[in-house]
Each structure stands twice: as structure tokens, then as C-alpha cells.
Design a protein around this ligand. Structure first.
Ligand code: F6R
Length: 606
């Protein structure tokens, strides 16, 4: 969702802001804008428009913007339609700002302070600019404190005050801001991707602290004016990992990176062949003290949770729930001190997951999170964190984050089985050896991508599509189906094959292709019967099947064989094959694969 950048230093700010906004495009947006402080006059100039950053770039080219200090924003509309005046930055009197988040009481604020007449946009953000201007009597910090005390909601505010040349102010609640100081100057952003080009050191601005960026230093104070030293973190992402590396889309690049991402995620967590979370500071007792587990997550991360649930249920025989984070706290969940709550999130900023975790903590649960972005809000709220090492994931459709989340869950399942005496040491070693084979197995799937591309062409014209499978195949298909619908706009639904006869089979015709997965030996004969049922109703079937099970198949299916692994692990090669299917359908249809319509990479509103 909305992206923020701010820079003050020695370089031409216009180029820095526009380049950074391009890097933030992946978050999802519909308008963009910048505000810069004119070098000579100190005046603030605003350029903004509905549309892409490339449109903004064209507008900026017609303006003479000589400046080394400014702020920028990509907007994902929440309050007010997509048009130029709702785009950020918003200026009111001597204040110009950009805002991420939602101000819930913006209408009351505007009417109570008599600001309604001063507003030109329909946004909640402009009300904050007006309020700041109202309180601004030459002391920026006082104005910020007075304003923030009146705000209800979430916000990351980045502000230019007319009489403070070269200084950028920021304050936040929930919505994140990261900042850094480097040789080019001081900068802040809504996420690391925009800073990576300049430095690998950054800090997360704590909530309700006022950050001042000066050209060569940073000052941070709390609301009682005490100076607070930033706690710097180091990004271990490769700087070029955020580029496309010659691939036409990030999604393809990220699919191809999975062998390495999984390798990096499991390496260091396997010691003498056994799972080991010592280096993460995650103590073994959290896996034995709990008598139930509850996973909270959204979208793809929730699908990773479903695989974990299937593994833990079948191997550990333990009670484990997977909850949609957005529903969690409204559903009176059974949570107590004996519950291990696991939050799963690529970004670490998904607000529903964050709120669910806070709720679970209040109820006394131990909170562990599986996160990709270091220092993100969910990571900071958790008692313990296991980071996935996927590196930056830019395509909106999650791929490598998902398979690295799965890898962590395989390690965790092995650890629990070992600690609880379910696996012998030999069995644990054997399970982990299979996990270590995953990168090579996935490479095999990636090598067969041309074959998957050919079968993808069979569903290009479909309007509706079904995916069917049993057990872990069903879990993999739920994710495969989400992937297909979000990037190709084909309506796709995944069903447990046995459920078909209880309703959905009514929709199967020759116009509804069916993608089936069959990788679980004990379920094979039942799965094949279900596939015959859809075939005999006219559906074209694309069958993803484990090589070892592909012996005596009917000739009438399009068959894609998957490299053999133990059945519990087949979800990994299956998922990668389904990612490729979705990718090729989308790119063959000519869509912007990385930026599906209406979607945002980081979902920071409830
Ligand atoms: C789908 C996708 C989303 C995210 C979901 C949670 O491809 O990416 O469904 O998985 O928005 O995001 P994170 O993992 O950042 O919490």
C-alpha cells in the first residue's frame, strides 16, 4: 500500500525521490507525488498526479526543481477517489506532508477545529496537514505533539515545515518508517527497499517518537523531549537482489530464486543433521511447553500455515488451528498461556496479523513469528522470531516467501517431533535430509518450465477453473489457485476432491478446465477416481503428479510429472510448478504480472 520516501542531503532530491518511488511501486498504488524545498527560495513545490510514477516523472521534467531536500509518496486510495487532488503530498498553509495509514476521526477533527473550509481533497491525510498548520506556531515539534494527541488511527507522517529549510520531520503509530544516515545524506522510507541502494544500515523509528532528518545528522526525541538513540540494524539482503536481473518480471526472478532462498533459510538451522534454532534465540521449551498451536496469517502466508497444520497434525498428533488474522480476534479464539501462537508474514507489516498477534499476547500466549523482513513490526512485537531468508520479494504475488515459510515449518515439525519423542534421532536425521534435497528438487521443476509453459496455454481462455486434490495436495492447490486468480484474473477455486460431489461438480463443463494434483500415494486411487469424474463431464484436465505415481495413467490428461520426494515434502515441488503455471498464464495474456490490479504488496489497512 502507500509508500513513503524522504531525503535531505547533498544530491539532487528529485531523482532520488522518483527512483525511490519506482522501487516502492511494488507495494501497490494509484497516484504519486513529491514535494521539494526549492534551493534558492526555500519555497516548497509540489508535483503530484493520479497514475504511475512514470507519469509523475514526466510532470517533474517540465518543472525546474533545484533541490536537495524533499518527500515523496505513492498512494493506494482509501479515503477519496483516485485523482490528482487526493494524491499526496498535501499542503496546508506552512505545512506539507505525506501520510500512510488511516485517520479514523478525520471528520470530527476537521469540523471541531473549523478546518473543513480549508480542505481541497477528500482525504483524511489533508485534515492532518490542516491540523498541523493550525498548531504550528514556529515550533514543529510542539505542532506535531499537539496534532498527534488528537489523532485516532494509524499513521506514518512525514512533514516539511515552510520555515525549516532542509529538515524533514516524521512521527508514526503502527504504520512503519525506517530511516538511515549515509554519506549522501539522511533518508527515511516506508520500507527498506527504497533505502537498500544507499546503505545496509537502518533503524526502525519507534512509535510516538519525533524524528528530525538534517543533511548530516539525525535527531530523535520522545514526546517528553528526551533524546533517543536509534538502534541500527543491518540488512543482509544483496543490493542487487531488489533488481530484475534480466528477467522480464520480478515474479519470474523470484520463482527462480527459490532453491537458493530455501537453502539460505535452512542452512544454519541444521546442526549435525538435526534442526536447531539456537542461533535464532528460540528455546526448545516453547515447543514442548505448549499444549496447542494457533497459526495466524493472511493470504499466502496463511496457506503456508495450512501446510504446517497438516504436518503437525499427522506427525505430532497435536491440536493446531490456522486462523485468518482478519477474523482472529473477533472469533473468540481459544488462547491461553499454554498456546503457542505463530504469526506468519513476508512483510511483517500486515496489520491484521499484527493486531492478531497483539491480541494473543494480551491473552498470555507465547508468540513466535515467521517473517521475511528484519525488524518489521510483527517481528518486533513477537517473543521469538524465525526469519525466512528469501531476500526482497517485490512481485505482489508471493512465491519465494511462501516456500521459505514452508521450509521453516518443516524444520519446526522435525524439532517438535524430536523433542516430543515422536521421531527417533535417526528419523529426525532422515526427515531433515529430505528437506535438504528440496533446493535440488525445485531446480528440477524449474528446468521443466518450458513444459509447464506449454500446458499453461491450454487455460489461457478459461473464465473459470477448478483445482482439485486431497490432503497436502489440497493445501498446495489452495495456494496455486490464489496465485492463478491474482495474476491472471481467471476465476479459480481449489476444492478437496472429495467435496466436488457435494456441490461444485455442478459447475464442471467442457469450459471449466481442472488442474489436479496427485502426489500422495495413499490417496492416489481416490484422487484418480475424482479426476475421472470431472473428465467424464467434459473438463480438460491438467494433472500434476509425482513421477513415481505416474505409472498407468489414462492418456486423456495433460500430465506434468513432478520430481519424487517423500509425500510430506511434495507440496514444495507442486507449489513451484503451480507458481510457474500462474506466471505463464499471466505473462502470455500480456498482463503486468508484478502489479495485479487492486492489490498491494503490503496490506497496512484493516
Ligand atoms: C498473495 C500474497 C498475499 C500475502 C498476504 C499476507 O500472493 O502475497 O496473499 O500473502 O497479503 O502478506 P504478508 O505475508 O506480508 O503478511
Amino acid at each position: 500500500m502507500c509508500g513513503i520516501i524522504g531525503y535531505t542531503g547533498s544530491e539532487d532530491v528529485k531523482e532520488i525521490l522518483l527512483d525511490a518511488l519506482e522501487l516502492l511501486e511494488y507495494r501497490g498504488y494509484d497516484s504519486a507525488g513529491i514535494a521539494v524545498k526549492e534551493e534558492k527560495t526555500g519555497e516548497t513545490k509540489v508535483c503530484k498526479c493520479a497514475g504511475r510514477v512514470s507519469d509523475l516523472r514526466m510532470i517533474c521534467e517540465t518543472e525546474k526543481l533545484l533541490s536537495t531536500c524533499g518527500i515523496g509518496h505513492t498512494r493506494w486510495a482509501t479515503h477519496g477517489g483516485v485523482n490528482d487532488s487526493n494524491a499526496h503530498p498535501h499542503r496546508c498553509g506552512r505545512v506539507t506532508l505525506v501520510h500512510n495509514g488511516i485517520i479514523e476521526n478525520y471528520r470530527e477533527l476537521a469540523s471541531d477545529s473549523g478546518l473543513t473550509d480549508k480542505l481541497v481533497s477528500e482525504t483524511d491525510s489533508e485534515v492532518v496537514a490542516a491540523l498541523l498548520n493550525y498548531y504550528y506556531k514556529d515550533d514543529p515539534k510542539e505542532a506535531i505533539k499537539k496534532t498527534v494527541k488528537r489523532l485516532t488511527g494509524t499513521f506514518a507522517l512525514v512533514i516539511l515545515f515552510e520555515d525549516c529549510p532542509d529538515v524533514i520531520y516524521s512521527v508514526r503509530n503502527v504504520s512503519p518508517i525506517v530511516a538511515t544516515l549515509c554519506k549522501e545524506g539522511a533518508m527515511l522510507a516506508s520500507d527498506l527497499t527504497a533505502l537498500c541502494r544507499f546503505t545496509n544500515e537502518y533503524f526502525v523509528v519507534p512509535e510516538y517518537h519525533i524524528l528530525e532528518l538534517h543533511k548530516d545528522h539525525i535527531v530523535m526525541t520522545d514526546f517528553d523531549d528526551h533524546v533517543v538513540e536509534p538502534e541500527f540494524l543491518t540488512v543482509d539482503w544483496q543490493l542487487n537482489a531488489a533488481g530484475k536481473n534480466g528477467y522480464p518480471f520480478y515474479m519470474e526472478k523470484e520463482i527462480m530464486e527459490q532453491p537458493l532462498a530455501i537453502e539460505q533459510t535452512i542452512r544454519g538451522r541444521i546442526v549435525h543433521g538435526l534442526p536447531d534454532f539456537t542461533a535464532d534465540g528460540v528455546p526448545d521449551h516453547i515447543f514442548t511447553d505448549c499444549d496447542r498451536i494457533c497459526i495466524v496469517a493472511c493470504g499466502t502466508a496463511m496457506h503456508a500455515g495450512l501446510v504446517a497444520q497438516a504436518l503437525v497434525k499427522s506427525i505430532i498428533h497435536m491440536h493446531i488451528d490456522v486462523e485468518l488474522a482478519s477474523e482472529f480476534m473477533y472469533s473468540d479464539p481459544v488462547i491461553d498461556e499454554k498456546t503457542l501462537v505463530i504469526a506468519v508474514s513476508q512483510s511483517g507489516e500486515t496489520i491484521d496479523t499484527l493486531e492478531a498477534l497483539k491480541y494473543a499476547k494480551k491473552r498470555g500466549a507465547t508468540c513466535l513469528s515467521v517473517i521475511n523482513v528484519k525488524g518489521s513490526s510483527i517481528a518486533r512485537e513477537s517473543d521469538y522470531v524465525l526469519y525466512t531468508c528469501a531476500g526482497p520479494e517485490i512481485a505482489v504475488a508471493s512465491t519465494k516467501a511462501y516456500t521459505t515459510q514452508l521450509s521453516v515449518f518443516y524444520l519446526m515439525t522435525a524439532k517438535m517431533a524430536q523433542l516430543r519423542g515422536i521421531f527417533t534421532e535417526e528419523e529426525t536425521l532422515c526427515f531433515i535430509r529430505e528437506l535438504e534435497r528440496t533446493p535440488d528438487t525445485i531446480k528440477e521443476v524449474l528446468e521443466s518450465r518450458k513444459e509447464i509453459h506449454i500446458v499453461a496455454k491450454k487455460v489461457l481462455s478459461a473464465k473459470d477453473l477448478f483445482m482439485i486434490g486431497r490432503g497436502l495436495d489440497h493445501s498446495a492447490l489452495l495456494e496455486g489457485s490464489l496465485k492463478l486468480k491474482e495474476v491472471s484474473y481467471i476465476h479459480s477455486e481449489a476444492y478437496a476432491s472429495g467435496e466436488l460431489k457435494h456441490g461444485p461438480i455442478a459447475l464442471i463443463t467442457q469450459d471449466t478446465p481442472v488442474v489436479a494434483a496427485a502426489t500422495q500415494e495413499k490417496l492416489l486411487s481416490k484422487e484418480l477416481s475424482n479426476i475421472r469424474e470431472v473428465k467424464s463431464r467434459g473438463a480438460d484436465v491438467l494433472l500434476f503428479i509425482k513421477k513415481a505415481l505416474a505409472g498407468n495413467l489414462d492418456q486423456e490428461y495433460e500430465v506434468i510429472t513432478l520430481p519424487d520426494m517423500r509425500d510430506e515434502f511434495m507440496v514444495l515441488p507442486t507449489s513451484v510448478a503451480l507458481q510457474l503455471l500462474a506466471y505463464y498464464v499471466s505473462s502470455d495474456k500480456g498482463f503486468d504480472v508484478d502489479k495485479p490490479r487492486n492489490l498491494a504488496k503490503v496490506v497496512t489497512v484493516e
